[in-house]
Design a protein around this ligand. Structure first.
Ligand code: ATP
Length: 199
């Protein structure tokens, strides 16, 4: 999965539409402290479905919306779009370019789009599971994460390997199916009770 561009509007320090292009050969982004380097990785994580404001270095989710500067009013919403090269069909969408958008308004309304079609958060999570670019994948290693990996318990380390090996998707589906089975068993039991009462 090859990330081509990140386009942010009203996200953190990016008040106006800002496009970062990851042309082949880009290996680093440099800049003074506080200039917004980490805000770019925050933007990527956010689009991939990050739900924790803390992971995005904020107190509440609204903190990611541009909060104004000396000569600028705060914006009403934040919008970030990632464009991904999908020529190799690593993402199971039949398109060469996949654009993923997340939008959040101050009112709390939010939406996710894949190639301009509204989708659920679940669709985004599933799309990226095992692709190597998921929210919890290790394509984004922030400061502190290295320690976390080194100090991980064996069971946590196993999860890293499973994500890399691409089996996490199936484990997740298994748990979902088990829940459905359990619900169905409960429903069946209820039906049995009703039948028993009717006899
Ligand atoms: P460092 O090297 O110190 O980690 P950095 O280049 O990674 O710096 P970031 O942490 O990405 O910088 O950017 C922080 C800047 O973003 C700060 O100046 C902060 O005021 C600004 N910022 C964060 N959230 C918002 C927001 N909601 N509205 C406006 N500016 C914001």
């Amino acid at each position: 999965v090859y990330l081509k561009t990140v386009e942010a509007t009203g996200f953190k320090s990016f008040a106006d539409k800002t496009t970062v292009m990851f042309d082949e050969g880009v290996t680093a982004i440099i800049g003074p402290n506080g200039s917004g380097k980490s805000n770019i990785t925050d933007a990527i994580k956010w689009v991939l479905g990050e739900q924790s404001a803390k992971s995005l270095r904020g107190g509440k989710m609204e903190d990611i919306i541009f909060s104004g500067a000396k000569d600028r009013n705060a914006t009403n919403y934040a919008e970030v779009t990632l464009t991904i090269d999908n020529h190799e069909r690593n993402l199971s969408i039949d398109a060469d370019i996949v654009a993923i958008t997340r939008k959040l308004y101050r009112s709390g309304d939010s939406e996710y789009l894949v190639n301009k079609q509204k989708v659920r958060l679940k669709d985004i999570t599933e799309l990226f599971l095992d692709s190597g670019l998921g929210r919890d994948a290790f394509s984004i290693i922030s400061q502190g994460k290295v320690d976390q990996v080194l100090n991980a318990k064996p069971i946590e380390r196993r999860q890293l390997i499973e994500e890399a090996a691409g089996v996490l998707k199936y484990k997740k589906r298994k748990v979902e199916t088990e829940h459905k089975l359990e619900d169905t068993m409960n429903n069946l039991n209820r039906v049995h009770d009703i039948i028993f009462d009717l006899k």
